[in-house]
Design a protein around this ligand. Structure first.
Ligand SMILES: *[C@@H]1O[C@H](CO)[C@@H](O)[C@H](O)[C@H]1NC(C)=O
Ligand SMILES: *[C@@H]1O[C@H](CO)[C@@H](O)[C@H](O)[C@H]1NC(C)=O
Length: 437
């Protein structure tokens, strides 16, 4: 009897020890952290509600996503979500006001404090977006969660709002113990090409993540969006009338098609471009019928020989090639009876400049622009880039009275930012001034 209980005792003792060892091992791998625990409970509760409403939730935090690019295989044992910057930011798709109300209702039932920020005060009423639509939720039970809403726009991409478009944003944030600076996303409006996703499980909670994470992170770093000015467009048309002749409408339609094709080709090559001037008065989201060409800008650092090949292969004809890759490069294509000018921009101290060449004299010109960065905009249902510093860019090129339509324009003398820039040496003309009929 005594022997038997001794065996029992040592068995039980061994088991207890084993369990203790195992849990210690577990703790080492996945240390219990009360903050992580309440954080995960909050996230799980939100995920339960979104799943009930069939809402997709994207994990977008760069720290979190990084783990999936490195093909780490110990993700199960760690709280990857806990590494998200505070407040944890997720994205969901806006699918209507009714669902939004239901979502908020269920969150409140689960004892979340919910604030919905709205696109209350946009400087412009965007084409695809109305005012007073929800742009994000701030949620708090134990921890704060920032849930950003992606809205589908006419150009078939996702748009998110600017936090500060809601005048309540700052006070609401501070009630959550946050400042504007602590919020990662929505400091500006943003635009993303729709991306493919895959489902992953983090701490047992399912999320969608972008399939191409490096591309998503790259897009996120240059996602700033500005709305073009519909008010300005309207006032322009009020004071100058709108050319609605058949000819004008036909031109606008063809110019749009040319721009759309240009976008398709350059997007395929992964080359950034922006609407530069002329026909496309991006400041007012419109194509102006009295001009005859479409101008786009490309940073010379993005130049590739593939551009010429791609355009020639898709029905464009090269009209002229001016300059060299290291100086004043400008390509001009025709497509039907429209012209597409591609101007390449060079850095020089506080300026960005592009070159001009007068074929008959070999004279060179330089157009100076204060440095600018690129933003997305929606231009006639196309997601395209424009200089973020739109006004400064236009004023450099057209002066401060750019709002008046110009019919007499000399590219060598009219722009206030044009400078003479010497001449191409005669022996180089054949190389730097190639004109095709
Ligand atoms: C989420 O749903 C699962 C399954 O219904 C449930 O077991 C879990 O307790 C829920 N979690 C929270 C935090 O509500
Ligand atoms: C550009 O390259 C040519 C040779 O292809 C050279 O002669 C010229 O000096 C270069 N110009 C500049 C501005 O670097």
């Amino acid at each position: 009897m005594k022997k038997k209980s001794a065996v029992h005792l040592s068995l039980v003792g061994g088991l207890v020890l084993l369990v203790a060892q195992l849990s210690l091992f577990g703790l080492l791998l996945y240390p219990y952290n009360p903050h992580h625990h309440t954080f995960l409970k909050d996230v799980e509760a939100v995920a339960n509600i979104t799943s009930k409403l069939h809402m997709s939730v994207f994990a977008v935090d760069s720290q979190v996503l990084q783990h999936f690019t490195n093909h780490e295989n110990d993700l199960r044992s760690r709280c990857v979500l806990c590494e998200a910057k505070y407040p944890a930011t997720f994205v969901t798709l806006f699918t209507g006001l009714k669902q939004s109300e239901e979502f908020v209702f269920l969150l409140q039932q689960a004892r979340f404090h919910v604030v919905t920020l709205q696109n209350t005060n946009p400087p412009e009423v965007p084409s695809g977006i109305s005012i007073n639509i929800p742009i994000c939720y701030l949620l708090k039970r134990n921890t704060v969660i920032h849930l950003v809403l992606f809205h589908e726009r006419d150009g078939n991409y996702w748009w998110h709002g600017n936090l500060l478009s809601d005048p309540r944003a700052i006070s609401e944030l501070s009630a959550f113990g946050l400042s504007v600076h602590s919020v990662q996303m929505m400091k500006t409006e943003g635009a993303f090409d729709k991306f493919e996703t895959e489902v992953v499980s983090m701490s047992g909670i399912p999320f969608l993540i972008p399939k191409d994470i490096p591309r998503f992170l790259h897009d996120a770093s240059s996602s700033r969006f500005i709305e073009c000015s519909h008010t300005l467009a309207d006032s322009f048309h009020r004071s100058h009338g709108r050319d609605t002749t058949h000819e004008a409408l036909r031109f606008v339609h063809r110019a749009w098609k040319l721009l759309s094709k240009t976008k398709t080709l350059l997007d395929k090559l992964g080359i950034r471009f922006w609407i530069s001037s002329g026909t496309c008065y991006f400041h007012q989201c419109d194509i102006i019928p009295y001009s005859k060409d479409v101008d786009v800008g490309i940073f010379i650092t993005d130049y590739s020989e593939k551009i010429l090949r791609e355009f020639l292969a898709h029905g464009f004809t090269l009209k002229h090639w001016f300059g060299r890759v290291n100086d004043s490069l400008e390509l001009s294509f025709s497509s039907g009876d429209l012209k597409l000018d591609i101007f390449f921009f060079y850095e020089d101290g506080p300026y960005l400049w592009n070159g001009g060449t007068q074929a008959k004299s070999g004279k060179k010109f330089k157009y100076l622009f204060p440095r600018f960065t690129l933003c997305w905009t929606e231009f006639l249902e196309l997601k395209v880039r424009v200089p973020c510093e739109t006004q400064a860019y236009i004023e450099a090129n057209y002066g401060s009275d750019w709002f008046t339509p110009v019919t007499h324009w000399d590219w060598k003398s009219s722009p206030p930012n044009v400078r003479e820039n010497g001449e191409w040496p005669a022996e180089e003309w054949a190389e730097v001034m190639r004109v095709y009929s």
